[in-house]
Design a protein around this ligand. Structure first.
Ligand code: NCD
Ligand code: ZN
Length: 335
């Protein structure tokens, strides 16, 4: 049995830089035609020369694979309208991180003062630059995303022409909020469709499933599943594949991030098949993103075959999601 996907897109991807970039980029390049590249390098990508140099480094490691890195800038509170205007042609989105909420977000927004930031959001609205947001407060870990809902509402109302992407949503409340405002959209990861906090910390602690936002309750996962499996037009796939070397995961002070790029499409096919929704996978992994971001990706056919394979224990220095486990679908080739 075969499944053909037309130009799959991963709208939230960490490719890192240097040796890690060299190592992980090929997995996304094989299975996807493009991805929205996160800007949380050290230092973050906040200007166009750095962004273009990073894009070149990504394209360099892609070799003959056909893959478009859709670039994003790291939101800074002092961006000016003329800078955004000059940047427009080079970027697909701007990613906003509240300061300190996740890996490499220290240079993010300190105080979320919507009034103060209004000129930036207005300029982005005018220029049709989508705003991607890591929507968490620094409150109690299970409530951070829910608490951030008030900020999303405020943004959605104050800037009705701004496309706002709620990144990697994890809660029922986000799923509901999304439906209430026309200009709110969301990415959903593979892992948040599969795991709950029980998988992370309910038994022996599993550092390889530790990520931000932390996986939540069963009812939250069900709400995300309902959106993704039915290919709701307001959601799209964003893996949030976030590789860290094993030494940073299997230690005290474990880094947040799940490396899912090599298994993402296989596991999504298995999940959608399990729920008898395989026909909706194309919309979730490509069509919805094209509509939301108004993208015309390069044509690339990815063939998935129903054929078991065992996920390696490690890829180099990185442990993937589903390490040593058997998956039912294999991504074969593309043309
Ligand atoms: C990401 C990373 O490692 O860069 N970590 C994560 O847990 N998801 C950052 C992020 O997207 O929050
Ligand atoms: Zn991320």
């Amino acid at each position: 049995m075969r499944l053909i996907l037309n130009s799959p897109l991963d709208m939230h991807l960490h490719l890192r830089d240097g040796d890690m970039l060299q190592h992980v980029a090929k997995f996304s390049a094989k299975d996807f035609t493009g991805a929205l590249i996160m800007p949380n390098l050290v230092p973050p990508i906040t200007d166009i020369p750095s962004l273009l140099a990073y894009k070149e480094r990504i394209l360099d490691v892609m070799g003959c694979e056909q893959f478009t890195p859709y670039m994003s800038l790291f939101f800074k509170s002092d961006y000016k309208a003329d800078f955004l205007e000059r940047s427009r042609d080079y970027i697909t989105a701007i990613k906003l991180y509240p300061s300190g909420v996740t890996t490499n977000s220290d240079g993010g927004v300190e105080q979320f003062d919507v009034k103060k930031l209004a000129p930036i959001f207005e300029a982005m609205s005018e220029l049709n630059i989508p705003l991607c947001v890591h929507g968490e407060t620094n409150g109690f870990v299970m409530d951070r995303e829910k608490e951030f809902g008030a900020v999303y509402e405020c943004l959605a109302v104050a800037f009705p022409k701004l496309t706002i992407i709620m990144e990697h949503i994890t809660t029922r409340s986000s799923a509901e909020l999304l439906k209430r405002y026309e200009n709110l959209y969301a990415t959903i990861t593979l892992h948040h469709l599969l795991i709950t906090l029980d998988d992370v910390a309910g038994g022996l602690l599993n550092p390889h499933l530790f990520c931000k936002p932390i996986a939540k309750r069963y009812e939250d996962r069900d709400a995300l599943l309902e959106l993704a499996l039915n290919a709701n037009k307001k959601v799209m796939f964003g893996s949030d594949s976030a590789p860290h070397p094993v030494s940073k995961k299997e230690c005290c002070g474990c880094a947040a991030g799940i490396f899912s790029a090599p298994i993402a499409l296989s596991a999504l096919a298995e999940l959608f098949e399990k729920h008898d929704k395989l026909t909706n996978l194309q919309a979730f992994v490509s069509d919805n993103a094209r509509d939301i971001y108004k993208l015309t990706p390069i044509e690339k056919t990815v063939i998935l075959e129903k054929k078991e394979w065992i996920v390696p224990a490690t890829f180099g220095d990185v442990v993937p999601m589903f390490a040593k486990q058997t998956l039912k679908w294999q991504a074969l080739s593309q043309k």
